[in-house]
Write a protein that binds this ligand. Sequence first.
Ligand code: ATP
Length: 508
Amino acid sequence: MDAQNAMSRLISLCKRRGFVFQSSEIYGGLKSAYDYGPLGVELKRNIASIWWRDMVSKRENVYGLDASIMMHPKVWQASGHLDNFSDPLVDCLNCKERFRADKVTKQTPGTAIEYVDYSSGKKGKMLPGVVPEAGYCCPNCNSPHLSPERQFHGMFKTTMGAVDPMGDFIEHVQNKSLSKEELRAKLAKLMERSTAYLRPETAQAMFVQFLNVQQTMSAKIPFGIAQIGKSFRNEIIVEHYIFRSCEFEQMEMEFFCEPGEEGKWLEYWKQERLGWYRKYANSGDKFRLREHAADELAHYSNGCFDVEYRYPWGWDELEGIASRTDYDLRQHAAASGAKLSYFDQQKQDPKTGKQGWRYVPYVIEPAAGLTRSVLAFLLDAYTVEELSDGKGGTKTRDVLKIHPQLAPYKVSALPLVRKDGQPELAAALAEDCRNSGLPGTCDMNQSIGKRYAKHDEIGTPFCVTVDGQTAEDGKVTVRDRDSTEQVRMDSTRVVAYLHERLDKSLTE
Ligand code: ATP
């Protein structure tokens, strides 16, 4: 099965089995907005809590934060987002596709090309052309006939407080003859008082709260501040299902270190983060690090790596790990007047040679996408196996070989038949599992084969079958999702056995 086919089968599985739904579906859907259904929300929460466990709870020097989505507008001025958080938007004059100039493949201007003609209405007719000065063609039809680049701002604006800027605006301009520019300037002035932004990243709150966290926790450098939360970007192109959407979730950490030590910590965090994905994935080789070229780096950054995943459309970003120098703290210190620095009594000031050194910490930022991780882990887990049908032919088995720690349900208890006390025994077993912290169901509908198939598809690592013998000998069958191997054991042993297997999955 090719990768594109796997992607469309996975999307269909996600809808059919309750992982991801289109937002506002009964109203025709909202483009690029998605809702996580009963199983999707469990998977997403599992990824988030494992990230939190591995990045925060297990570390003595990383502290959590849960900041508000709307922040003081000056935050976005100081961070540079108001001036720079925009993407170059281009319209294709041939096929009318809209795209980001910074995301298309660069070509040498003047090179001869062919593109699909959309103007004649003849399907598939090719026309000759040359790569224009801009150094790229339309990614959809390869046409060189493109609009100039326009900057498109990526932050969502909203108004805050009980104000009605529109009412004020009408009052101000009514019966006045104003030019377009004057009207625009008036509206902008009136809006300014109440404008707020939805955060386009979770990172800035960690810089803004640097002092509060450092002082309340008596944190010693190096230390990190981490948070998980929603971010919003008015993306020009929303693409590849949940890969790029306007509302998404991030898992970010700002790691503050001594100036001069950022190279060591960048190296440390890039290995940690790559290792983290590989630990919970089946195909570790589908995750890699890509170093940013010098012309990709932000002006303040002195090194950046992406963790990339091999999606069906090719290698693409999953997480960025950037060395941001002291840029963010300096920007916020200058704009707010707060002293965003750190004093180390044990160190000598390298400039004066005196005991005690005050400096602005440098920062390494591992910035991961939570919703993008859901997609990467689903793609990594989704497998179609060809099996013998026992009659000389073959049949396929769709199985989500998701890491047991990430799986929405850890277990399902299945009575072989819906009689002879089997449903009650299975329900009691499922309840024991849930009470011991193993999310699980008791599934009674359809044939046992169909129930196994369903749990394979949703990635339940273990099914426990209660059969006619169980009432007599107290034994049940535990089936392993990946190997389909079955082991018979006393039903009283099941909970402990499943916990052992889950613990083992962390070290395997
Ligand atoms: P891209 O180049 O794909 O637009 P980016 O470099 O702008 O991403 P960052 O600002 O570094 O992304 O954000 C960190 C992470 O947040 C990304 O690696 C990605 O996993 C996630 N992310 C960013 N934008 C989106 C989005 N629109 N939808 C889903 N996840 C996103």
